[in-house]
Write a protein that binds this ligand. Sequence first.
Ligand SMILES: *Cc1c(COP(=O)(O)O)cnc(C)c1O
Length: 425
Amino acid sequence: MNTSKSEALFEKSRKRIPGGVNSPVRAFGSVGRSPLFIDHARGSHITDVDGNTFIDYVCSWGPGILGHAHPEVIEAVQAACTKGLTYGAPTKKELLLAELIHEAMPSVEKVRLVSSGTEAVMSAIRVARGYTGRDFILKFKGNYHGHSDGLLVKAGSAALTTAVPDSGGVPASYTKNTLVALYNDRDSVRELMERYPDQVAAVIVEPVAANMGVVLPEEGFLPFLREITRQYGALLIFDEVITGFRLGMGGAQEYFGIKPDMTTLGKIVGGGMPMAAYGGRAEIMDMVSPVGPVYQAGTLSGNPIATTAGIATLEILKRHPEYYGEIERKAKRLAEAFRERGRKTGEAIWVNQVGSLLCAFFTAGPVQDYDSATASDTKAYAEYFGRMLEQGVYVAPSQFEAMFVSAAHTDEEIEKTCKAILEKV
Ligand SMILES: *Cc1c(COP(=O)(O)O)cnc(C)c1O
């Protein structure tokens, strides 16, 4: 595989862009390779600047549930562009999208559109604090909620302490209101709630954790969070930036039958454009300015082009409810191929899969939280990544990311991918 043009661009990019990339995981650091520079993508395929084409399971980290450049979405966006790129004034499309979101997720009675998942979560937390008059946020180790200061934390040295920054440039004072519990560990949540009974504004959780690989909530974990937040007067925030419109139109809240107080959305909701959203019960969302005292704003919020891409994507999904069953069936087929590889080669492989999300961990498993996920052999993952690339399959350049199946992946491509998975050096 010739990647000389990508390598040359990477060399030059590193001089003008930190690490040559605009988001760290793109640098391929954990798989010890030079990143591919992409020229274009269509359907299930992505093509780099050297003309290599791959079956793509990164799907831009989640937005691409319909595959790339869906003709209907592109046509809608092109038409919208001719009407101007931004007005900084309300449009009918924002209303339409808000209605589509509410229809899919009835718990989201009111919604604000923003420009990234980070912004959605940051704003939701501010609103939760404003609504409850409390300062603490409880999050889970290994869950990712974007890069806002208060959430870039790792658990403190002793259990039951507040968190410490996990990034340079974050003052310790910015994370002192963040508590960190363990995913799927009810006792860790209960202990923190008991310790700070009137201080936790919200528990925020990825209902399916998809930023430490894919980790499913154990039976009863989400109902427990619903129950204990009610008991202590805290809000339950589902960060559905990945799961929203991915596990079904109604996201994880529909899939698992839990009604959160607030929801954050991103990725699919923007149809491939920079857009995200946060919403929840009307009385909570009415805390937001100009109705309430919690300030939140954005020059490009509800941007007409992004809104158009989001609406087109959601309408296609609404028209094709069968897509969800199909992508789930395909993800199951891939999961089976990984298990077969484990049986054939004797490698320790553990697969977690739900809907069209899956992750093969190079560990004996089971993988149910951060510590068991990070027990994976990342060197084995890097080797697997390289072999997949050489066989024309583009998977995440990190063990701790999901494999995303889209409606554009054909059965033939899935079988080709299964063959690549089983082809071990
Ligand atoms: C991607 C992601 C975010 C952050 O979204 P950005 O648009 O990258 O800022 C937040 N939460 C979850 C669960 C995510 O997967």
